[in-house]
Ligand binder design. Structure first.
Ligand code: IPM
Ligand code: MG
Length: 361
């Protein structure tokens, strides 16, 4: 089982180090290989996704990814910015299906900005299409700029498009995921304004005919954004395009109290996956040892389950995370009175210890 470890920028290196420690505690025959990505790769090799990094990722069974980006690269030409690394990995590896679960851990109910009764027991799954939409439209509008800006340019544009096969395959993923849950899918679109999303709605409805046991409803994205804060528990599986999924998944993540808790998986049709926390590189807190490593540790658990066929090891990691939360350990982002504040490393150590305890019991 070969895993490409791509820590990236900002807090990426700190949180991935903790997840690697946790993987090491499982006693599995894992072959880990690390490479630079994002701003760190740009500094060393002049490109955010060097060929060697892409090749390593493509040759691995799974990729464990930290985060990329820093404001200091905002002035760079777009193709060299750190974000291009993650977009490039998604595109080149065909990672079209992005799973972003938003689960509220009982211990963290009070960390949410919503009333506890609205989110206690929350367990929803956002499935975001990841390789199409306005993110990858052709042509991508860059009129006169060479440095990423538009001095005197008359306009800029990005085209939104989806092909039938792209919508069909993500719809199948959503219906199949729903079959393992409560058999409900909400497809999020903007069919009242955009042709692309009328098409999306039509194609998802066609695919739904193959899943008579799963209930499908459609919702406009603005309404979905509102319903997510009004009554998030009404949702189960949401499926949507790349752009809407980007926005709604951040919103859903924050409902649970901390974006520092939520893992994500991006899968292709070969079973390869890229696993990363739902949050970003947070350069403002990088190097301070305060970042929450749990989203990355839980991403490693998703990796064990989805790409490495190690469901028991995945369970062990998830159980250990619940145990440290139950013990009252909290990083700064989820810290509250009556709990014990710990650093990034202490949190990772505690998870490793909890795994050890569960093994000897
Ligand atoms: C995410 C991020 C990325 C995205 C950025 C870093 C390109 O926001 O994974 O949600 O927009 O997809
Ligand atoms: Mg995002």
């Amino acid at each position: 089982m070969k895993i490409a470890i791509l820590p990236g920028d900002g807090i990426g290196t700190e949180i991935v180090a903790e997840a690697v420690k946790v993987l090491g505690a499982l006693g599995l025959p894992l072959q880990l290989e690390t490479a630079l990505v994002g701003g760190a790769a740009y500094e060393a090799h002049g490109h955010p996704l060097p060929d060697s990094t892409l090749k390593l990722a493509q040759s691995a069974d799974a990729v464990l990814f930290g985060a990329v980006g820093d404001w200091k690269y905002d002035e760079l030409e777009r193709s060299l910015r750190p974000e291009q690394a993650i977009l490039g990995l998604r595109k080149h590896m065909g990672l079209f299906a992005n799973f972003r679960p938003a689960i509220c851990y009982p211990e963290l109910v009070d960390a949410s900005s919503l009333k506890p009764e609205l989110i206690a027991g929350l367990d929803i799954l956002i499935i975001r299409e990841l390789t199409g939409d306005i993110y990858f439209g052709q042509p991508r509008g860059r009129r006169t700029a060479t440095d990423g800006h538009f001095p005197g340019a008359p306009e800029a544009f990005d085209t939104m498009r989806y092909s039938r096969p792209e919508i069909e395959r993500i719809a199948h993923v959503a219906f199949q995921a729903a079959r393992k849950r409560s058999k409900r899918v909400t497809s999020v679109d903007k069919a009242n304004v955009l042709e692309t999303f009328q098409f999306w709605k039509d194609v998802v409805s066609e695919v739904a005919l193959e899943y008579p046991d799963v209930a499908l409803d459609h919702m406009y994205v603005d309404n979905a954004a509102m319903q997510l804060v009004k009554a998030p528990k009404k949702f189960d599986v949401l499926v949507t395009g790349n752009m809407f999924g980007d926005i709604l998944s951040d919103e859903a993540a924050m409902l649970t109290g901390s974006i520092g808790m939520l893992p994500s998986a991006s899968l292709n049709d070969k079973g390869q996956g890229l696993y990363e926390p739902s949050h970003g590189s947070a350069p403002d807190i990088a190097g301070k040892g305060v970042a929450n490593p749990l989203a990355t540790i839980l991403s490693a658990a998703m990796m064990l389950r989805f790409s490495l066929q190690q469901p028991q090891a995945a369970d062990r990691v998830e159980t250990a995370v619940k145990a440290v939360l139950a013990d009252g350990l909290r990083t700064a982002d989820i810290h509250a009175s009556g709990t014990q504040r710990v650093s990034t490393r202490e949190m990772g150590d505690a998870v490793v210890k909890a795994i050890g305890k569960a093994t000897t019991n």
